[in-house]
Every structure is written in structure tokens, then in C-alpha cells.
Design a protein around this ligand. Structure first.
Ligand code: GRF
Length: 216
């Protein structure tokens, strides 16, 4: 099977993109990042990617452009880079349905909660406010419903008593940097697929897989 060229879409810091780049460089993903694209020209992740010598593109919606038009330009940029998988890593834009459909089964996202709990924003704060004992992050295939596609792998941790939001967020991010490269590595190896509305790993429906935080 040929190596996988994949695109990573970022809007912010890009720490997940860096974790994926490192995993590819170290051979944990049999592939390479063909393009790092951002909807924001000033995204820190774009500068970090360029510093590593990766191909980058800034693609902001034009004034008055609707979601479908932006989706078509996004699609064209990603296809021109030759990518076979799109990896959303903090891309803060809701994607057009046409885009999602044309990348169905080849479009992954990471979300900072144990989905289906806490779709949407401010997940760490909401977990703390609810007094939950468990929290984490989920890699899932993207479907048209926001944060609702089939889950592949979750990173789980125990919320510490009195834990501040920034500390909890940092612990979740450390787990993200473990589970996202693992999921993309499975995909690149042909071990992960999306079929019949479910994620499949090695021919079995994903439970999803679970990675527990190692106590430090
Ligand atoms: C991550 O927390 C991810 O779960 C969410 O956006 C954040 C991106 O962080 N979707 P980074 O830009 O990869 O550091």
C-alpha cells in the first residue's frame, strides 16, 4: 500500500498537527503531511508548519462567500495537494455538507470531550461545572452532524478534585497528542475504516478504543 499523503486543517496553535508531523517523521504513521491549511493567515500552527518545511496554505472565506463556496475552494486546495485523508486539528469552522460528503470516511476530527458527552465548545469548563469525575478526548470520523460521527479512539482521565480549567485542558491535550497519531497511523496502515455508520479497526467495530492517562 502506498504511503498516505494527508492534509491537516488548523485554526490555532497546531499542537496536534505537530504531534502528527512528529509521528510521521518517526515512522508511527506510514505517511506524510502534504498540506497544512488554515482559515486564518495568522494561525500559530501555520507558522510552525512552515518552519518545519511543510507546505502550507492560508485560505480564508471571501467576503460574502457562503459555506458551500468556501467548501469547494477548500476541497480544491486539498485535492491539489494530493491528500487522501483530511485531519481536522482545531479547525474552527463548520464544514459544508457537500465537503463532508465528498470526504466521507476520509475526514477525521479530534474533540476535547468523551463524546457523545459535551459536543461543542468550552468542554473543560462544562465538565468542571457539572462535577464530572471523568473527562478526555475523542477522535471521530466527521459526519454532517457536529461532533457526532463514529468514534475511533478516546483518551480518558480522572478529573482531580479542585482542578483548574487550564490544568485539565493541558492533561487532555497530552492525551490528544497520543490518540490522534495512533488513529491516523491505523488509517495509513489500512486498519481503520468508516462503514455502515461505524468506525472499524482491524475488521471489528471500534468500541471506541480507549487510552487511559498514565499517572505522572
Ligand atoms: C484541541 O483541543 C482539539 O481537541 C480541538 O481544538 C484544539 C486544537 O488544539 N478540536 P491545537 O491547535 O492542536 O493545539
Amino acid at each position: 500500500m502506498p504511503r498516505l499523503d494527508f492534509a491537516v486543517l488548523v485554526s490555532g496553535r497546531g499542537s496536534n498537527m505537530l504531534a502528527l508531523e512528529r509521528a510521521a517523521r518517526e515512522g508511527r504513521i506510514d505517511g506524510r503531511i502534504a498540506l497544512v491549511l488554515s482559515d486564518r493567515a495568522d494561525a500559530a500552527g501555520l507558522a510552525s508548519a512552515a518552519a518545519l518545511g511543510l507546505d502550507t496554505a492560508a485560505l480564508a472565506p471571501d467576503r460574502g462567500e457562503d459555506r458551500a463556496g468556501y467548501g469547494r475552494r477548500l476541497d480544491a486546495a486539498i485535492r491539489a495537494a494530493g491528500a487522501g485523508l483530511v485531519v481536522l486539528a482545531g479547525f474552527m469552522r463548520i464544514l459544508d455538507g457537500g465537503f463532508v460528503q465528498s470526504w466521507q470516511g476520509r475526514l477525521l476530527n479530534i474533540h476535547p470531550s468523551l463524546l457523545p458527552a459535551y459536543r461543542g465548545l468550552h468542554t473543560h469548563r462544562r465538565v468542571l461545572e457539572a462535577g464530572d469525575k471523568e473527562h478526555g478526548c475523542t477522535v471521530h470520523f466527521v459526519t454532517e452532524e457536529l461532533d457526532a460521527g463514529p468514534a475511533v479512539i478516546q483518551g480518558r482521565l480522572a478529573v482531580r478534585p479542585g482542578e483548574p480549567e487550564d490544568a485539565l485542558s493541558a492533561r487532555v491535550q497530552r492525551l490528544e497528542h497520543i490518540i490522534y497519531p495512533r488513529a491516523v497511523g491505523w488509517y495509513a496502515a489500512g486498519r481503520l475504516a468508516c462503514r455502515d455508520g461505524a468506525a472499524w479497526i482491524d475488521g471489528r467495530p471500534a468500541g471506541p478504543e480507549v487510552v487511559e492517562e498514565e499517572e505522572s
